[in-house]
Design a protein around this ligand. Structure first.
Ligand SMILES: *[C@@H]1O[C@H](CO)[C@@H](O)[C@H](O)[C@H]1NC(C)=O
Ligand SMILES: *[C@@H]1O[C@H](CO)[C@@H](O)[C@H](O)[C@H]1NC(C)=O
Ligand SMILES: *[C@@H]1O[C@H](CO)[C@@H](O)[C@H](O)[C@H]1NC(C)=O
Ligand SMILES: *[C@@H]1O[C@H](CO)[C@@H](O)[C@H](O)[C@H]1NC(C)=O
Ligand SMILES: *[C@@H]1O[C@H](CO)[C@@H](O)[C@H](O)[C@H]1NC(C)=O
Ligand SMILES: *[C@@H]1O[C@H](CO)[C@@H](O)[C@H](O)[C@H]1NC(C)=O
Ligand SMILES: *[C@@H]1O[C@H](CO)[C@@H](O)[C@H](O)[C@H]1NC(C)=O
Ligand SMILES: *[C@@H]1O[C@H](CO)[C@@H](O)[C@H](O)[C@H]1NC(C)=O
Ligand SMILES: *[C@@H]1O[C@H](CO)[C@@H](O)[C@H](O)[C@H]1NC(C)=O
Ligand SMILES: *[C@@H]1O[C@H](CO)[C@@H](O)[C@H](O)[C@H]1NC(C)=O
Ligand SMILES: *[C@@H]1O[C@H](CO)[C@@H](O)[C@H](O)[C@H]1NC(C)=O
Ligand SMILES: *[C@@H]1O[C@H](CO)[C@@H](O)[C@H](O)[C@H]1NC(C)=O
Length: 437
């Protein structure tokens, strides 16, 4: 009698699970004119829409944002909204038509066809939009990493990914339950303790890609793709503030090689002086990196050298600041400035010029102003441009000699070319003859 009762209970439980199974599978994606391709489930993937019997993709451009993503998810099922959107290789590249670009929805439209848009014929499949859709409210989920997979399960949709605390990698897991609310499982890997910040790959020490130190590992500060549609001017400043510098500007740049990161989507109180007092999500895979430009203290220029000339007496001026090397912008450059630079390598200035062919890098300093009496460039004034806005062609070149200033006007006039710039190459030869005098 007892045994029979137990069997009945087991049957009843299985029945109940089965009922739930049916209720979640009632997302009916059949016959829709939209599908998500290349993901782990029908709730994630590259967006493909059906127009006049042809499947095609949608172009991701600077205008695409979460409102457009919401409309696309709603086309899939009226209960769905967008959790994330992507571009690039995440879900593979589509083939055939690209129907729309420059999509601008209010977010309430029934279909993407009702939104303002442009043709996608000038787009590439490299920019196909990818989506993750969810039946739970977006604002309620506090992510600790970039979502990697969505699985549709009997008890709701599972959103999983990896995150790192600097020394260990964890898997986090959120479930959008059948009742439309988020449940968190797995290990939490935030908040983390950011110990320091640095800027890499810029022209000087005050600009470049932002990296933070967590544990004993440096990792990039990331941005999600949906940052494009939003204003983030408030948060990037904290990374300058942490270094005692003034914030100038920021941008997010696509990282060709996706690498592990730590934090992203940073939002700070207006008076934040450290990123540890900000909200952020920990990010495992960094597809976009935050870069900033700051300004502040004068640079600590340790040495000057001349390169690319005919000897160590002439060539393009290179400044060394810690482990970085940079050039000097010709803007406002004068003989007094040349005097100080040559003095630093134990010589007298003879002539300066501009290497216009040298445009590979941005200058490290600009508007250099020395009186000529200084013994070191650190005693002169200058501004520090950054790689975001001040594109300048050319770098200052110098001819330094052991003698005084040579009257090149005579030589140039003698050639009958009064306005022709003297090339460093010519000066090398002249320098030798000048030395003989
Ligand atoms: C959609 O939402 C309605 C109302 O909340 C609910 O009754 C229905 O079960 C949901 N459908 C799915 C597939 O989640
Ligand atoms: C799913 O939708 C299609 C098209 O509307 C319909 O033919 C099909 O019966 C639906 N399937 C279920 C299980 O409701
Ligand atoms: C779809 O076909 C209709 C009728 O042939 C045509 O008017 C319309 O422009 C087509 N739409 C697209 C997006 O090609
Ligand atoms: C999600 O589904 C895939 C296969 O579809 C499976 O390999 C993976 O383990 C599942 N992940 C979770 C968290 O259930
Ligand atoms: C996430 O972590 C698991 C186990 O640690 C690993 O197998 C997987 O490759 C990781 N995913 C990514 C995208 O790195
Ligand atoms: C939704 O269901 C979960 C259990 O699956 C429960 O913990 C949670 O409180 C429920 N939320 C609401 C709003 O009913
Ligand atoms: C990361 O997590 C591991 C395992 O929980 C822990 O041992 C380690 O101290 C953590 N690292 C940091 C920097 O918090
Ligand atoms: C990306 O990685 C590939 C192979 O690992 C390498 O050849 C390439 O130079 C890298 N590109 C960048 C921009 O780092
Ligand atoms: C940080 O998150 C908390 C809790 O979600 C929120 O109340 C607060 O406004 C957020 N702060 C910022 C600067 O976004
Ligand atoms: C400037 O750099 C030199 C080494 O190149 C170092 O000895 C000196 O302490 C630095 N000065 C400042 C103010 O950072
Ligand atoms: C350069 O500046 C330092 C400190 O600011 C000062 O001690 C030194 O006298 C200055 N030298 C010249 C030549 O201006
Ligand atoms: C610089 O030129 C002056 C003469 O104008 C000379 O006395 C001095 O020795 C020169 N200095 C160097 C370092 O060659």
């Amino acid at each position: 009698m007892l045994i029979i009762a137990c069997i009945l209970v087991v049957f009843w439980q299985q029945d109940s699970v089965h009922t739930e199974d049916v209720s979640v599978r009632s997302y009916n994606f059949t016959g829709k004119d939209i599908r998500l391709v290349g993901g782990n489930s029908e709730l994630e993937g590259r967006v493909e829409i059906l127009i006049n019997g042809t499947w095609g993709t949608i172009c991701y451009d600077g205008n695409f944002d979460i409102r457009d993503a919401d409309v696309l998810c709603r086309m899939l099922h009226s209960n769905l909204s967008a959790l994330e959107y992507y571009t690039g290789s995440r879900y593979g590249y589509g083939i055939g038509s690209i129907f729309y670009s420059q999509i601008a929805c209010w977010g309430t439209e029934q279909t993407i066809h009702m939104c303002s848009s442009d043709t996608g014929v000038f787009c590439s499949h490299l920019s196909d939009v990818g989506l993750m859709c969810t039946g739970c409210p977006r604002t309620a989920v506090h992510t600790y990493g970039q979502f990697e997979h969505v699985n549709i399960t009997t008890n709701g949709d599972l959103y999983t990914g990896n995150c790192s605390n600097g020394t260990s990698t964890f898997q986090f897991m959120y479930r959008c339950g059948l009742n439309g609310s988020w449940e968190e499982y797995g290990q939490k890997c935030g908040p983390i303790d950011v110990r320091d910040v640095r800027f890499v790959g810029g022209v000087g020490p005050y600009d470049g890609g932002v990296e933070v130190l967590v544990g004993d590992t440096w990792g990039p500060v990331c941005g999600y793709s949906y940052e494009n549609g939003r204003s983030y001017y408030s948060f990037a400043a904290v990374f300058c503030t942490m270094k005692g510098l003034k914030y100038v500007t920021h941008r997010t740049t696509w990282r060709q090689n996706t690498t592990n990161g730590f934090i992203g989507h940073v939002q700070c109180p207006s008076n934040a002086d450290h990123v540890n007092s900000c909200n952020y999500t920990t990010v495992y895979l960094c597809t976009y990196q935050l870069s900033v430009a700051c300004e502040g203290f004068p640079l600590n220029i340790s040495s000057v050298q001349l390169v690319g000339g005919s000897s160590s007496f002439d060539g393009r001026v290179e400044l060394r600041v810690a482990d970085r090397i940079g050039t000097i912008s010709p803007n406002k450059f004068e003989f007094e400035d040349a005097t100080v630079l040559c003095k630093m390598i134990g010589l007298n200035a003879s002539l300066f010029n501009v290497d216009y062919a040298y445009s590979v890098r941005y200058p490290m300093i600009r508007d250099l102003q020395c009186s000529g009496q200084e013994s070191h460039i650190n005693n002169c004034t200058y501004t520090t441009p950054h790689s975001f806005t001040n594109y300048e062609k050319g770098a200052v070149t110098l001819l330094c000699t052991e003698c005084g200033r040579v009257n090149f006007d005579v030589i140039i006039t003698g050639r009958g070319l009064p306005n022709t710039p003297v090339k460093t190459m010519d000066l090398g030869v002249i320098s030798k003859s000048a030395d003989l005098w």
